[in-house]
Unconditional design. Structure first.
Length: 247
C-alpha cells in the first residue's frame, strides 16, 4: 500500500512564516521601532520644512532604508541561527516553496510601510499647515511616490538576497548597511569611481526612480544594479539553500 504525502497549502505556509517573522521578539521590536521612527520623522520634518505632502511622505524612507532590509535578512536567516530550519524543511521538504513563503512577508511589509507613511503624512501636512498658519502643498507626483515605494521593495529584496546568500544575519546586515558608505567613497575617488557608482550602486540608480523621471539609460543602469545586488545573489542563495545539508 502506498502512502501519498498531502502537500502543505501555500497559504498555511505563508501564514506560518509571517508569524515567525513578526511574532518573535526581534520582529516585534523592529516593527515598533519602524512605526515610531516613521511617525517621528514625518512630524519632525513637517515642523522643520513645512506642510508639503510629497516631502513628508518620503521622509520615512530614511528609516525604511535601514530597518526594512534588516527585517528581510532576519526572515531568511533566523531559523538557521536558531537551528529550527531542520523542523521547517522536515514539515515542508520543498525548500523553494519555503523560501517564497519567507520572502513574501517582508516584501509585503515594505509596501504596507510605504502606504502607512503616506497615510500619516496627510493629516500631519494638514495639522502643520494649521499650526504654522501657512497653506499646505498637496501636490505630489504619483510616479515619484510609486517609484519611492518600489525602491523600498528593492531595498528589502537586496536584504533578502544577501541573507539568503550568506545565511548569516550579522554579515548580511553589515554588507547592506555599509554598502552606501563604501560606494560614496568610491564615487569620490575619481572618474572611474563615479562611473562604477552610476552603474552598480543601487542607491544611486534608484534616485531617478524616486524622482519619477526614469529615462531609458537610467532604467538600464537600474537593471544592472538590480542584477548585481538582487538577482544574482538571490539565485546563488536559493541554490545554496536547496543544496545545503541541514544538521
Amino acid at each position: 500500500m502506498t502512502h501519498t504525502t498531502i502537500p502543505t497549502p501555500f497559504r498555511r505556509l505563508l501564514r506560518a512564516e509571517t508569524r515567525k517573522l513578526f511574532d518573535t521578539r526581534s520582529g516585534k521590536i523592529m516593527t515598533a521601532v519602524l512605526v515610531a521612527l516613521t511617525l517621528a520623522s514625518i512630524v519632525g520634518r513637517g515642523l522643520s520644512s513645512g506642510p508639503r505632502l510629497d516631502v513628508l511622505a518620503t521622509t520615512a524612507g530614511i528609516g525604511f532604508g535601514t530597518l526594512l532590509p534588516v527585517l528581510g535578512i532576519l526572515s531568511v536567516t533566523g531559523e538557521w541561527s536558531h537551528r529550527t530550519v531542520l523542523t521547517t524543511f522536515a514539515l515542508e521538504p520543498r525548500r523553494r516553496r519555503v523560501l517564497v513563503a519567507k520572502c513574501l512577508p517582508p516584501l509585503i511589509a515594505a509596501v504596507v510601510a510605504s502606504l502607512f507613511a503616506m497615510l500619516v503624512a496627510v493629516p500631519v501636512t494638514a495639522v502643520v499647515a494649521g499650526v504654522q498658519d501657512v497653506p499646505a502643498v498637496w501636490d505630489a507626483d504619483p510616479l515619484a511616490l510609486l517609484g519611492w515605494a518600489v525602491t523600498g521593495v528593492l531595498v528589502v529584496a537586496q536584504g533578502l538576497a544577501m541573507g539568503m546568500l550568506l545565511l548569516n544575519a550579522p554579515a548580511a546586515i553589515v554588507i547592506c548597511l555599509a554598502a552606501p558608505m563604501v560606494w560614496s567613497a568610491v564615487g569620490r575617488s575619481g572618474p572611474t569611481g563615479s562611473f562604477l557608482v552610476e552603474w552598480f550602486d543601487l542607491n544611486t540608480t534608484t534616485d531617478p526612480l524616486m524622482d519619477g523621471a526614469l529615462t531609458g539609460g537610467e532604467a538600464t543602469r537600474l537593471a544592472v544594479s538590480v542584477l548585481l545586488w538582487i538577482v544574482l545573489p538571490m539565485a546563488a542563495g536559493v541554490l545554496r539553500v536547496v543544496r545545503k545539508e541541514v544538521h
